[in-house]
Design a protein around this ligand. Structure first.
Ligand code: ADP
Ligand code: MG
Length: 285
């Protein structure tokens, strides 16, 4: 069975075509890394799979059924952290806020819903965060809670939109390993978007690379190649392998890194490759 099946799918936002005539199948049970430059359509595709965006044409099937809003089989971790509520609420309340029957100010949940929250916290190793206010938590700890939220309802498909943003390389690896363990142990499908391939290399079964309105799905060896990526970037791309890491280069620049450099801020300067580049040269925020 396919977790996701796209047929001649065209997605548009206003007059802008984001993805054009995409057909592909993602088998159930896989860990798929979703990559591509800023604006390639990673978030838009996830929103369409969630039924939050109606295709301009073509179709999306999720676990054998047409995509619909509120699909209980999908767990979603949105890209923007603006969904983080007041920082004084506890880890427990944050995760419980997406459980059935939750009402703000009325922390009365059924025993079944409380069990869901407990289990979700346990699965992401966040039991100890239950009683702590969000304000006190590190970026990595908040990521765990966001992941616990996405696990409420026992989804069969997890859509995780850029969960590595603003984490340092070690925390990034922890999140990837945590998600990999969930995917394996629960037998679920994971779409995990990121702006750099390397943190995902050891975890993913396939990569879904978006760009130029197009998509390429396949194992790293077949997708992360100069011909495929040159088409998706609309520019000549070199692929450099160094000590088990892969760099996507255009005209001597690491495009995955340049594209998203501004999103890292000063969180992990060791990841910045081009310190000579001035702030003015960076893409807009
Ligand atoms: N609400 C919107 N209205 C019009 N265009 C949008 C809107 N949101 C995003 N876009 C544009 O759609 C394209 C795809 O965006 P997005 O899916 O967020 O890309 P990604 O997640 O890969 O960075 C981008 O060019 C973006 O500027
Ligand atoms: Mg996005």
């Amino acid at each position: 069975m396919n977790a996701i099946a796209l047929r001649k799918l065209t997605l548009a936002l206003g007059s802008r075509i984001v993805l054009a005539d995409i057909s592909l199948d993602i088998p159930a049970g896989q860990f798929v890394g979703v990559l591509g430059p800023n604006g390639a359509g990673k978030t838009t595709l996830m929103r369409a799979v969630l039924g939050l965006l109606t295709p301009k044409s073509g179709s999306i099937r999720v676990l054998g059924e047409p995509a619909t809003r509120g699909n209980p089989n999908i767990g979603y971790r949105p890209q923007t952290a603006s969904s983080l509520p007041g920082l004084r609420i506890s880890g427990w309340d944050f995760v419980a806020s997406v459980a059935d029957g939750f009402k703000p100010g009325l922390p009365i949940l059924s025993a079944a819903a409380r069990e869901q929250v407990r289990r979700a916290l346990e699965r992401v190793g966040a039991e100890k965060l239950a009683n702590r206010p969000l304000a006190e938590l590190s970026g990595g700890e908040r990521q765990r809670l966001l992941l616990a939220q996405a696990l409420i309802g026992d989804p069969k498909l997890l859509l995780l939109d850029e969960p590595l943003i603003s984490l340092d390389p070690r925390r990034q690896q922890e999140v990837v390993e945590l998600v990999k363990g969930l995917q394996r142990d629960l037998g679920i499908t994971v779409l995990f978007s990121a702006h750099e391939l390397n943190p995902l290399l050891n975890a993913i079964d396939q990569v879904l690379y978006l760009g130029n309105g197009q998509a390429a799905l396949g194992p790293v060896e077949t997708v992360i190649t100069p011909p495929v990526l040159s088409k998706l970037y609309g520019a000549p791309i070199d692929v450099i392998h160094v000590q088990g890491r892969i760099f996507v280069m255009s005209g001597g620049h690491d495009v995955e890194r340049d594209e998203h450099r501004h999103e890292h801020g000063h969180d992990h300067p060791q990841a910045h490759g081009h310190e000579s580049m001035s702030q003015e040269d960076s893409p807009h925020v």
